[in-house]
Design a protein around this ligand. Structure first.
Ligand SMILES: C[S@@+](CC[C@H](N)C(=O)[O-])C[C@H]1O[C@@H](n2cnc3c(N)ncnc32)[C@H](O)[C@@H]1O
Length: 270
């Protein structure tokens, strides 16, 4: 992995790193599991009226983990992903679903105010740089109808273990131990390559983490900064949940939650 890029190319670098993971052959297999986690389950139950019988856009759909829950209830369901591998997997698993190869930074394929609900599950927004995140939020705000709902998760900058390094899992079984050792070697290589790109900024940080064996560079943000960012894009934050689905007041740091679930409403005056 060659990453000798200049600092002013950092935005492109993050995209390059993450794109390499998400466009890799066979990456869809990682996302074939259909189970929702606890926060997603509670959030979808609680906000069901905002997507049932309504027009839904699933951004960065992956292999369709959320499709099984959203598509049958929606009036219109559109899925997009920028990875041809994910789009192919979607089209194989969900031939009746409208899936497009599209980038969340440019939703020009969709008219303004055309959706009631946008889902961006599993930290999709964290795959792109800070300017591109703001661009994506502005695009999502544009395609949502006034009063429409955005549900997404984001890595939590206040997570105690956000800087966790690769760890070798011990086993008495020699086959398992050699498997663990291979995983550790891969993670260690990725982590040592990307660690030099870790960055702390006022409103966010960039870290490589356990996701995809430390091969991605993810955006981390805390609740207060995320609230400001949403307001700037014309949203009102309705609720933040930790990864167990517990509603947070905003004052609690949620230091045990690797990511947080956000539910926001698009500006009614937009
Ligand atoms: C962590 S996976 C989550 C997949 C799915 N949402 C889920 O919950 O299982 C992130 C997904 O976002 C997609 N993605 C990343 N950047 C994107 C972008 N700029 N535009 C559209 N999709 C993107 C990736 O290809 C990948 O499928």
């Amino acid at each position: 992995m060659k990453l000798d890029l200049a600092l002013d190319e950092q935005d492109d670098t993050q995209d390059l790193i993450n794109r390499r993971v998400y466009h890799a052959k066979g990456i869809d297999k990682t996302y074939q599991r259909v189970a929702l986690n606890r926060a997603e389950t509670l959030a979808l139950l609680k906000y069901q009226t905002t997507f049932a019988n309504r027009d839904v856009l699933d951004v960065g759909v992956g292999a369709g983990r959320t499709t099984i829950y959203l598509a049958p209830l929606a009036r219109r369901y559109e899925a997009i992903d920028y990875s041809p591998v994910m789009v192919d997997a979607m089209r194989r698993s969900w031939p009746a679903v409208s899936t497009s190869l599209a980038d969340m930074r440019d939703l020009s394929a969709f008219a303004a105010r055309s959706f009631d609900f946008v889902m961006a599950s599993n930290n999709v927004l964290d795959a792109v740089s800070h300017p591109d995140r703001l661009r994506s939020l502005a695009e999502i705000s544009r395609v949502l109808k006034p009063g429409g709902t955005l549900m997404f998760s984001a890595h939590n900058r206040e997570f105690d273990e956000r800087l966790r390094k690769p760890h070798l899992n011990w086993s008495r079984n020699p086959v398992n131990l050699s498997r663990h050792a291979l995983t550790w070697a891969r993670q260690h290589f990725n982590h040592s390559t990307l660690q030099k790109l870790h960055a702390e900024h006022g409103d966010y940080a960039l870290y490589s983490d356990e996701g995809h064996d430390f091969a991605c560079l993810h955006y981390y943000i805390d609740q207060r900064a995320q609230r400001r960012q949403l307001q700037h894009a014309g949203f009102t934050l309705l609720e933040v949940m930790d990864d167990q689905g517990k509603t947070l007041s905003g004052a609690e740091p949620a230091s045990e939650s690797g990511w947080l679930m956000y539910i926001a409403k698009a500006g009614e005056l937009a």
